[in-house]
Design a binder for this molecule. Sequence first.
Ligand SMILES: O=P(O)(O)OC[C@H]1O[C@](O)(COP(=O)(O)O)[C@@H](O)[C@@H]1O
Ligand SMILES: [Mg+2]
Ligand SMILES: [Mg+2]
Length: 336
Amino acid sequence: MPTKPVFLTQFLIEEMREHGEQMPDLRLLIEVVTRACKRISIAIGKGALGGVLGEAGTGNIQGEAQKKLDVLSNDILMEANEWGGHLAALASEEMDEAVMIPEQFPKGGYLLLFDPLDGSSNIDVNISVGTIFSVLRAPRRPTGPLEESFLQAGTQQVCAGYALYGPSTQLVLTIGTGVHVFTLDRELGSFVLTQRDLRIPADTQEFSINASNARHWEAPVKRYIDECLAGKDGPRGKDFNMRWVASMVSDVHRILTRGGVFMYPLDAKTKAQGGKLRLMYEANPMSMLIEQAGGAASTGRERILAIKPGKLHQRVPVIMGSKNEVERVASYHAGG
Ligand SMILES: O=P(O)(O)OC[C@H]1O[C@](O)(COP(=O)(O)O)[C@@H](O)[C@@H]1O
Ligand SMILES: [Mg+2]
Ligand SMILES: [Mg+2]
């Protein structure tokens, strides 16, 4: 890595210059979102001292009880972005409807979607959580209801990223030119480039799934996991390790860093709602990062980024990570 620190803004200017198109509004949007993530990182770092742990006493459109930090992170991101300039509208896991930038503020050409706090079940037990975001272009002449503007396939994303609030706070980002990692220098209060162009190995010996759902899994997933568990004496001829943090950000970060396959497949419990994880602000941004790093992302039956969304809070099955493993799971779904 360069000896002289490369800060996020500088990196974005150089990256956009190198790829032939300066997008000052997109750069501004990324700076505003990452500044909000710094504020969330500080709030999380205070933990019990900051009074941010525990239930908020309210629920969201997903039917989940909100944690105080779900609400606080959402408020911080709303406040940071609502003055507009770079956005036309935004949508969040924690808000029923998409929100247009208020009349009195200038409008920008982008739409922002976010999961303000991912891994909520881990907040009160001090395990890493994160913020996931996705950026789309706003239609020039939107016709129907605001929500329709957002219903674009994941291939239309111009930017995707997450902040990981762990022992260190990291930002992992793509603007369609590879996946790059920044680490928050707490003294400087700035994100500094620490890894360029992450590449996911095509093969792996590590899978990530909530095994307590095994009895609900479909046959292709059961077969895949059973073969992994059979290890070197089984059809795969090699031993597999398992990891499950139950924060998608942490599990996907591990996979972007050293490979693996992350699975939250369709099962009997989630079939009626189409899956557990949300397409627009969990599966799509993570799929763009995974594919940009040379991996694959599927529902088991189709490429996640190719899905034409039907509604803002749509859920989908998720199988992503090392290319050859994801393709193997998909081939089992196809009867292979
Ligand atoms: O509780 P489970 O079944 O292990 O599910 C964990 C999954 O749910 C999530 O926490 C859902 O995300 P939110 O915390 O943003 O609702 C994912 O981060 C994680 O992968
Ligand atoms: Mg989430
Ligand atoms: Mg969340």
